[in-house]
Design a protein around this ligand. Structure first.
Ligand code: 1HN
Length: 351
């Protein structure tokens, strides 16, 4: 017999051999290698769109069923249709829409998952983080970094609604979830209103600053400032063919992303501008801050209205068209991918 000839193993022999392997917690790599290491990203994540017109009535209905305190957080989870039951909008990230009614408090807790909030509706309800009360207005970005105590209170006369983004699945993958409750519903307010904005939000730093951590010490990025920057750049600078005008929210001490696991950004797609196709390895969750337009993701096109949320799967082509000036907030796991040397992006030709 030729010693170089491959063995001709019968299917039954494989099956018997695999059964013996399995009993000892082993498995043959050759059966799974192709699926483990693919030529390009393969994801179960699907493009999806949540119209605010559909979400809001269902969220308001929840206010009649359960209080913020009973629920701990009254949130409708946005589940990716490709990941049913997983409480995930992408493989790594979570998104939900939260409601706090007038007079309600969502009690304080802390967890190792980082959170960001993009405000959709309401005026002047607050989140308290690290002893500072942060007012929330539409288009503001509010951060709750890992292991920071946080509680929400609505002392206004109208509901407050925002999109939450958390790194839940990423933390779960690493089995690094810790959480604590407090016997105090609200944390003590120890900082003056606007303290972190004065220290870190004016392009200055305290002269004798504390050492930087991975988390931005600026907890609130107000929309009036981000919109003003976008408007200036729209009027006076070149537009990126794939993004229009796109800015990321920076950690004021390091210039890095505002959070280590989630990278928030905001972009303006000018009226009548069509972006060229773009794709990247970070699946992206978008919320419409202002304006109307369309998002084409793979072979799907979504008509966008203010406060809608949609998700672009990793490595899926996307392009946008502004019907009027379309302002899109987004967050992704790009900070993680960059640190691991995994982030890739590709710009398509003119379509
Ligand atoms: C959480 O703590 C909040 O603090 C919102 O508002 C959503 C989803 C899962 C786990 C913790 C919040 C959350 C959450």
């Amino acid at each position: 017999m030729d010693s170089k000839a491959p063995p001709r193993t019968a299917p039954d022999d494989f099956a018997r051999y695999y059964a013996r392997l399995s009993k000892q917690n082993m498995a043959p790599l050759w059966e799974v290698l192709k699926n483990l290491v693919t030529a390009e990203p393969v994801t179960p994540v699907l493009p999806a769109h949540w119209r605010y017109a559909d979400v809001k009535p269902l969220l308001m209905e929840a206010a009649g069923l359960i209080s913020a305190e009973q629920a701990e957080r009254r949130v409708l989870v946005l589940e990716n249709p490709g990941l049913p039951g997983a409480s995930s909008i992408t493989h790594s990230l979570y998104a939900g829409i939260q409601l706090v009614m007038p007079g309600e408090i969502a009690p304080q807790h802390r967890h190792t998952q980082s959170a960001l909030r993009f405000i959709l509706e309401g005026n002047g309800a607050t989140t308290t983080v690290d002893g500072e009360r942060l007012p929330m207005y539409p288009g503001d970005l509010v951060l709750t970094p890992s292991w920071h105590w946080h509680d929400h209170q609505n002392e206004t006369g109208e509901p407050i609604i925002w999109m939450d983004g958390l790194d839940i699945a990423l933390v779960a993958l690493l089995d690094a979830s810790f959480m604590q409750h407090s016997n105090r519903k609200e944390q003590e307010v120890t900082q003056a209103k606007g303290a972190s904005l004065a220290r870190y939000g004016a392009n200055m730093l305290p002269i004798d600053d504390a050492p930087a951590t991975v988390n931005s010490p600026l907890m609130r990025y107000p929309y009036d400032k981000s919109r003003e920057a976008l408007e200036h750049l729209k009027a006076h600078s070149d537009w990126d063919p794939c993004h229009g005008i796109r800015m990321r929210y920076a950690h004021p001490q390091t210039g890095d992303w505002a959070l280590p696991t989630m990278g928030p950004a905001i972009q303006l797609v000018p009226k009548d501008f069509s972006t060229r196709p773009y794709r990247s390895t970070d699946g992206a969750i978008f919320a419409v801050a202002d304006g109307h337009g369309t998002a084409t993701i793979g072979d799907k096109t979504f008509a966008l209205s203010p406060k809608d949320v949609f998700v672009v799967p990793p490595w899926a082509w996307r392009s946008f068209k502004g019907k009027d000036d379309l302002v899109l907030f987004t967050f992704t796991d790009r900070p993680v991918q960059e640190k691991l040397g995994l982030f890739r992006e590709e710009r398509g030709a003119t379509s």
